[in-house]
Design a protein around this ligand. Structure first.
Ligand code: NDP
Length: 259
């Protein structure tokens, strides 16, 4: 299996759940990244305490405020990341931040549909647009013609809940706004893969499994996977991705999920 050699990465929603787990696991790698841009919307808040503690011990973690629904915040974050990187590029953009509301189909509202689409779908679109120059730079700076996560990649944290073919978990949670936002995120991932392949950037939609986080547990059921198991699996998947995988929808074990 190929190894992940990521010099720089950015994770959105890095203060808790899967995002925090990703930061922790990248730190533990035999070759940890030189720069881990851990972004969250309220770095000084109570919910970022664990990330702050981690950053105080690891100078390669740079905490950056980022609200993924706010284009101004995204642009400011991209400028800050660019400053830190000097002349080099960003290898890995992980669009992890996301929200869900436990609505039934009949109780969905315009506001909830809009809020969830803006966060889960438009956020990753704007993030990729803003960080594209840095991702391109990373791709240009890496030798070889193939695609890989060590070179330059966008990982969109999707969900099997957005799979039109599987309708996973419908009996437990209808969450139509969430499902629609992730189905659209899958399409976005495919579009990004088509547009960015020529720039040397790999793009995938990744389902982390059903994971023990605030979101995973919000409907009152105990998810089967720990954050550690999910993240460990996803990093193994990321290390194995190549040109043939760009534009696919995979789960934390590397299985292809039907759209
Ligand atoms: P959590 O609810 O535990 O964490 C969500 C993270 O996203 C938090 O850091 C939160 O920040 C951040 N966030 C939410 N909205 C915004 C915003 N507008 N701007 C910036 N950050 C924001 O979720 P998980 O860790 O479980 O989920 C991570 C990703 O994995 C999501 O995209 C989710 O859809 C996906 N996923 C999760 C599954 C699971 O079982 N857990 C299953 C399938 C997919 P804050 O602390 O400020 O609220």
């Amino acid at each position: 299996m190929a190894e992940l050699h990521v010099r720089s990465l950015l994770v959105t929603g890095a203060n808790r759940g899967i995002g925090l787990g990703l930061v922790q696991h990248f730190l533990r790698m035999p070759n940890p990244p030189q720069w881990i841009f851990a972004t969250c919307r309220d770095p000084k808040g109570q919910r970022a305490q664990e990330l702050q503690n981690l950053a105080s011990k690891h100078p390669n973690i740079i905490i950056i405020p980022l609200e993924v629904t706010d284009p101004t915040s995204i642009k400011a974050a991209a400028a800050k990341v660019g400053e830190h990187l000097g002349g080099s590029g960003l290898n890995l953009l992980i669009n992890n931040a996301g929200i869900v509301k436990l609505n039934a189909l009949d109780t969905e509202t315009l506001e909830d549909m809009r809020e969830i689409y803006t966060t889960n779908t438009v956020g990753p679109l704007l993030m990729a647009q803003a960080f594209l120059p840095l991702l391109k730079k990373a791709a240009q700076g890496s030798p070889g013609s193939g695609l890989s996560c060590s070179k330059a990649a966008i990982i969109n944290m999707s969900s099997i809940g957005g799979s039109i073919a599987s309708s996973f978990g419908w009996e437990l949670m209808q969450i139509t706004s969430y499902r629609c936002s992730k189905a659209a995120l899958n399409m976005l991932s495919r579009c990004q893969s088509l547009a960015y392949k020529e720039h040397g950037i790999l793009c995938v939609a990744l389902h982390p499994g059903w994971v023990q986080t605030d979101m995973g547990s919000c409907a009152g059921h105990m998810p089967p996977l720990t954050v550690d198991d999910s993240v460990q699996g996803m990093l193994k998947v990321l290390s194995s991705l190549s040109e043939k995988d760009t534009g696919t929808f995979l789960d934390w074990e590397g299985n292809v999920i039907p759209w």
